[in-house]
Design a protein around this ligand. Structure first.
Ligand code: ADP
Ligand code: MG
Length: 319
């Protein structure tokens, strides 16, 4: 590398510590938690060719790498505090690094989440971010809390990231302006941190949608020991996706993956509180079904007709 490892870290990934007691530069970072709070932590890795296309702009890649991690904090209702960045780079390309660092800190600052450390090495492009957040004991939203008769909601609109992927693969036809719009969904998802925080004490369970609605809902069902009935036609989608054949709409909304919206449950008595939380977080939420005591998934259309369950979830070792 022309630019040395330490210069690279100093130039692109070091900023004065803010909330952290100690940031980048020593063997460990030191974080001061609000007394009595629990630390929520998660990490997610992005691998070229697996999670992103080689053509993605570096600022968008950085955004997404952090966004998918913030989305995990959101799903727990945790308030972001800090993150670490482990980066393998083929070469120290300063134009690339400047754009990457710009995209990274733009999203980090929007959520007041501080970069406190990491690791940098030469190798095939690989980005692994670890996030830290805090939540009061007993307040974290879990996958395991769904109860029979709870309503099932999702935030935002689902399926556009998958539609973008299919457009790039050439399996669907999309107009140029539509491609630009769905590409934003794929490359720059907005983690629903404010919604997760607003749903503390309101939602009975939550998960963020990374592997497709039905697969992720299956996680909630398993962990909660319940079943669910979903109205496939109620799942919110963009106008771009709604212009596609119904089979494409269903595949993208039900099994698309990479949505980074929240799926959550709440008792019917909390419906107004859910609306208030969504309004506070300035995110649309839509009721798409109901939790059932009997195990298994019942998928139906708007007319109540049962739909065949042909929608799998994304599995890195099966696809
Ligand atoms: P060590 O060998 O003790 O793990 P390193 O030499 O790898 O430390 O890193 C030096 C400092 O720079 C550490 O504080 C580390 O957390 C930080 N660091 C390394 N890479 C990054 C990065 N990509 N982003 C932020 N901080 C980083
Ligand atoms: Mg050390």
């Amino acid at each position: 590398m022309s630019l040395g490892e330490f210069d690279l870290i100093a130039r692109y990934f070091t900023r004065p510590a803010r909330r952290a007691a100690l940031g980048v530069g020593d063997d460990c970072a030191l974080l001061s938690l609000t007394p009595g709070m629990q630390l929520a932590t998660s990490c997610d890795m992005l691998v070229e060719g697996r999670h992103f296309l080689p053509t993605v702009a570096p600022q968008h890649l950085a955004h997404k790498a952090l966004a998918v991690n913030l989305s995990d904090l959101a799903a727990c209702g945790a308030q972001p505090l800090a993150f670490t960045l482990a980066l393998a780079l083929p070469r120290a390309d300063e134009v690339w690094l400047a754009a990457f660092s710009h995209g990274l800190f733009a999203l980090a600052d929007a959520h007041d989440c501080e970069l406190v450390g990491g690791d940098t090495t030469q190798g095939p492009l690989n980005i692994c971010i670890g996030v830290f957040g805090e939540v009061a004991p007993g307040q974290a939203l879990l996958r395991s809390g769904a109860q029979a008769d709870d309503d099932i909601y999702v935030s935002g609109a689902l399926g556009d990231a998958r539609l973008a992927l299919e457009a790039f693969r050439g399996t669907v036809a999309l107009a140029g302006d539509a491609v630009a719009r769905v590409r934003v969904a794929m490359e720059q998802p907005q983690p629903r941190v404010a919604l997760g925080v607003a749903l503390r004490g309101v939602a009975s369970s939550a998960i963020d949608l990374s592997d497709g609605l039905l697969g992720d809902l299956g996680q909630v069902m398993r962990r909660s020991g319940v079943g669910a009935a979903i109205d496939a036609d109620a799942v919110p989608r963009s106008a771009d996706l709604a212009g596609q054949p119904l089979a494409v709409q269903r595949e993208c909304t039900l099994a698309g993956g990479d949505d980074y919206e929240l799926l959550f449950t709440a008792p019917p008595s909390a419906a107004d509180t859910v609306r208030t939380a969504a309004a506070k977080a300035q995110v649309a939420v839509t009721r798409i079904g109901r939790i059932q005591a009997a195990p298994g998934l019942h998928l139906q259309d708007a007319n109540g007709q049962t739909l065949p369950q042909v929608y799998g979830s994304f599995d890195h070792f099966r696809t």
